[in-house]
Design a protein around this ligand. Sequence first.
Ligand code: C5P
Length: 219
Amino acid sequence: QSTQSLKGKTVLITAGPTYEALDPVRFIGNHSSGKMGYSLAEEAANRGAQVILISGPSAEKTNNQNIQLHRVVSAKEMFDKVFENYENADIAIASAAVADYAPKEIAQEKIKKNDDSLTIELVKNPDILKTMGERKTKQFLVGFALETQNEEENAKGKLKKKNLNMIVLNSLRDEGAGFKGGTNKIKIITESSLTEFSLKSKTEVAKDILNFVEEQILK
Ligand code: C5P
């Protein structure tokens, strides 16, 4: 593809984990590094896209002129930032590992250790990607699925349920795949296709994903 193959396109990307506060010093989070999302952002920007990167807490950095970075902490903050920007997006890629649940209440003061057990009530977070699917107008919508069982079946289910154009499946069972390291091994699923890729660096995986998106858009 030409290096400016995404010129004129706005690409919205979510990346990283979310942190759901328990009290002023503690949170519920996950091991997502944000690497996949940042790699996608760099690659899309290199192809000439205007990138809006909405990132949870991640050690990744960018100084690409074509990337507008918004840092958020919680799923709710990510939700709000996404929908401030969603309307303008031509392509939206949800690679963030959003916490499914958040503590019902955030304690004002640090929770003390008194009793032998502590119960925390969790409530469901908004599903950002599902809402993007519901509000879809022109967007080409890409989701991720990280599954530990019945991977393909579950991913296909999500494709439908969330009204996606494609879903990227990474399996925790594959060595070197998933959300922590620098490599990934993916399958791309659309309504009518399943394509398997070999294990590669997330930079290379980002190229595969965007090549696929471009092919689908031009079809
Ligand atoms: O349903 P599940 O969480 O496995 O779906 C994963 C996909 O949905 C990922 O693309 C993730 O970024 C997105 N997601 C989201 N908001 C949530 C949960 C997941 O955008 N609250």
